[in-house]
Ligand binder design. Structure first.
Ligand code: FDM
Length: 208
């Protein structure tokens, strides 16, 4: 049994990441591929509770402090994630280091500084970027009360996401019908699984 794949969903708010990542896990499980959903931030841990309070504007934190908490929230999940991958479970991750870097860099923080705490995290095999312009996303539902749910911020975040892309990314047009998007993501995932089975590679490390 080879290792599982690390598949990441990124995108601006209301791009459909949660819907599509949940559907992908379900479809993989139905097809006999062991898969588990992981979501960042994980608000259920002690660190996650601090992040949650910040996002809901219940507490204030410096930009640097919250950035490091988001990173710590990934690091506290890393041992279990690596164990799952090594034992053959594919992980489907709803937001990861790219959200960490894109949101902080959108606040004009230094890019190199933003990447540093995530150096050494497991690198994704594929990243699906659900692309939607924030103005179209806003039509799906009004922005809520969370700190980053503002048009200017979302536009800047999208620009930062584009600057982080490499060949492991697929840009998925998120304005289309959800079934069509799911079919495209399933086809891309199956191709990644086939390629990995034919030529297995070890889990990579970020940001190297
Ligand atoms: N977010 C998410 C960050 O700023 N840094 C991170 O590392 C991560 C994982 O938190 F606005 C932001 C992105 C979003 C907010 O995300 C909460 P969800 O997906 O709405 O829970």
């Amino acid at each position: 049994m080879g290792r599982g794949l690390l598949i990441v969903f990124e995108g601006c708010d209301r791009s459909g990441k949660t819907t599509q990542s949940t559907r992908l896990v379900q479809a993989l499980n139905d097809a006999g591929v062991r898969a588990r959903l992981v979501k960042f931030p994980d608000r259920t841990t002690a660190i996650g509770a601090m992040i949650d309070a910040y996002l809901r504007q219940k507490t204030q934190l410096s930009d640097q402090a919250v950035h490091l908490l988001f990173s710590a929230n990934r690091w506290e999940a890393m041992a279990q994630m690596r164990a799952d991958l090594e034992s053959g479970t594919t992980l489907v991750v709803d937001r990861y280091t790219f959200s960490g870097v894109a949101f902080s860099a959108a606040k004009r923080m230094d890019l190199k500084w933003c990447k540093a705490p995530d150096v050494g995290l497991a690198a994704p095999d594929r990243v699906f970027f659900l692309d939607i312009h924030p103005d179209d996303a806003a039509k799906r539902a009004g922005y809520g009360d969370e700190i980053y749910e503002k048009r200017e911020m979302q536009i800047e975040v999208r620009v930062k996401f584009f600057s982080l892309m490499d060949k492991s990314w697929s840009i998925v047009d998120a304005l289309r019908d959800p079934d069509e998007i799911h079919r495209q993501i399933m086809a891309l995932t199956n191709r990644a699984l086939e390629r990995h089975n034919a030529d297995p590679t070890p889990i990579g490390k970020l940001w190297t």
